[in-house]
Write a protein that binds this ligand. Structure first.
Ligand SMILES: Cc1cc2nc3c(=O)[nH]c(=O)nc-3n(C[C@H](O)[C@H](O)[C@H](O)COP(=O)(O)OP(=O)(O)OC[C@H]3O[C@@H](n4cnc5c(N)ncnc54)[C@H](O)[C@@H]3O)c2cc1C
Length: 408
């Protein structure tokens, strides 16, 4: 059996793995990007409307992707303000992009739209090879490389890589094979996602509303459509999913109120069980975990992918310290640079998620909690409201960015 050699093997061609592949390839490394999926998923575009799954990218994430030439603000909806409120209370807080001199606090984009655009760029890149129907057999760490035995379309293959990146999601096969342990906490909550048609335009405003059953987020998509993330106790999930569209809309309306007028249609609904899953280490030898494989956080503040993208950019930036992308000095530098941002996001999303299980908290308590969780820029920008806005925009985290590298 022949042995393939590559600089970087990335397992998992989701949003995180594919972004990493493009950064490393642009920096001059040979990359093998492997996924268990049989082939590229069906194309999706923003015209999928009420059935499109979406993600909110912070202003900083979009800036990183744009400056790296990876993605150009295609088919997305800007968030010009975020409105935070509590059901049963008159108080509310609004953060506007203009307060930060930004064009938008963030952007909402279809998961598959973004994924297809990144995968298309990866498949055109001369230094990236894409392997589908890929499964892991075994891993062996050597001093200079990791030896990965796998199957492609059932055919055995062996790859020697200098850096192995696990971006294969929450139940990462690479993490298990490396014997890296996780800490898990089940919130006893689920998130139901689905898109809604509203009677009034959202004017590019996002809404975060804290209710007795959990946080409810509306993100702007089409002119008068929003992407909803409804958090509720796990025990109520099946019954809520079983509601007819009409009943479901009435329930969501009762939680959200009339700010966007009558909610008249809902697209396909999906339910996710919510759990904090965090690997106890992110690096082992020449292997690094990224994205959900490293930590899967509660979606309450839409931080998971944004945090992961900051990791990806710093990891590729740390590589500038050596010609060997898996060198211990590179990976140590990455870990040291990212630890405080990672801890802060985990602590903050975890605290928000736990406090809103069932009991109403009061807007003051919410704001107190946000403050006590030391938001990213509280020390830089006075004022909690501005701090929360800055966190959502992803501002205030120092990163060493990758530069193009000379290659043979
Ligand atoms: C309801 C909800 C709303 C969210 N909203 C936001 C938001 O607004 N903003 C935000 O920043 N984040 C948000 N997140 C978090 C965000 O979705 C995740 O952080 C992000 O999807 C993680 O991407 P990933 O590439 O690490 O993992 P995944 O998307 O899980 O991709 C993993 C890839 O690995 C492949 N794979 C899996 N197992 C194997 C294997 N054994 N071998 C080979 N390949 C394998 C899979 O096929 C897949 O392609 C939300 C999450 C949820 C649940």
């Amino acid at each position: 059996m022949s042995v393939d050699r590559t600089d970087v093997l990335i397992v998992g061609a989701g949003l995180v793995g594919t972004t990493a592949a493009l950064l490393y390839a642009n920096a001059g490394y040979q990359v093998l990007l492997a996924d268990k999926r049989p082939a590229v998923r069906a194309m999706a575009d923003s015209s999928d409307g009420l059935n499109l799954r979406t993600v909110a990218l912070a202003h900083r994430s979009v800036q990183l992707l744009q400056e790296a030439g990876i993605w150009q603000l295609d088919e997305c909806c800007p968030i010009s303000a975020i409105h935070v409120s509590e059901r049963g209370s008159f108080g509310s807080v609004r953060m506007r992009a203009a307060e930060f001199s930004l064009p938008a606090l963030g952007y909402v984009v279809g998961n598959q739209v973004l994924e297809q655009q990144l995968l298309a760029a990866a498949s055109r890149h001369e230094r990236i090879r894409l392997d589908y129907s890929w499964t892991l057999d075994s891993l062996t760490q050597h001093a200079e490389a990791i030896e990965v035995r796998s199957r492609r379309d059932q055919l055995p293959a062996t790859t020697l890589c200098r850096l192995l990146i696990a971006a294969d999601g929450t139940e990462s096969s690479i993490r298990s094979a490396m014997g890296m342990e996780t800490r898990r906490y089940a919130y006893g909550q689920s998130a139901i996602v689905g898109n809604l048609q509203c009677a009034r335009p959202h004017n590019n405003e996002a809404f975060e509303r804290f209710t007795e059953s959990g946080p409810l987020a509306f993100l702007p998509i089409g002119e008068d459509q929003v992407a909803m993330v409804l958090t509720l106790p796990e025990a109520d999930t099946s019954a809520t999913m079983a509601l007819t569209d009409h009943e479901f809309l009435a329930f969501v309306q009762s939680q959200f109120g009339g700010r966007l007028g009558r909610l008249s249609q809902v697209g396909r609904r999906h339910a996710f069980s919510l759990e904090l899953v965090e690997s106890r280490q992110q690096v082992s030898g020449r292997c690094v975990l990224l994205g959900n494989a490293a930590r899967t956080v509660h979606p309450v503040a839409g931080q998971g992918l944004n945090l992961a993208l900051r990791d990806v950019f710093q990891l590729a930036g740390s590589c500038q310290r050596s010609d060997d992308p898996g060198a211990a000095a590179v990976l140590q530098h990455f870990t040291a640079r990212r630890l405080s941002d990672q801890r802060r996001v985990v602590r903050q999303t975890d605290a928000l998620a736990r406090v809103f299980r069932r009991q109403p908290a009061g807007l003051n308590a919410i704001m107190g909690l946000l403050k006590s969780s030391s938001l990213l820029t509280l020390d830089l920008i006075p004022g909690l409201r501005r701090g929360f806005g800055a966190m959502n925009a992803g501002l205030g985290v120092p990163l060493d960015l990758p530069a193009a590298r000379q290659h043979d």
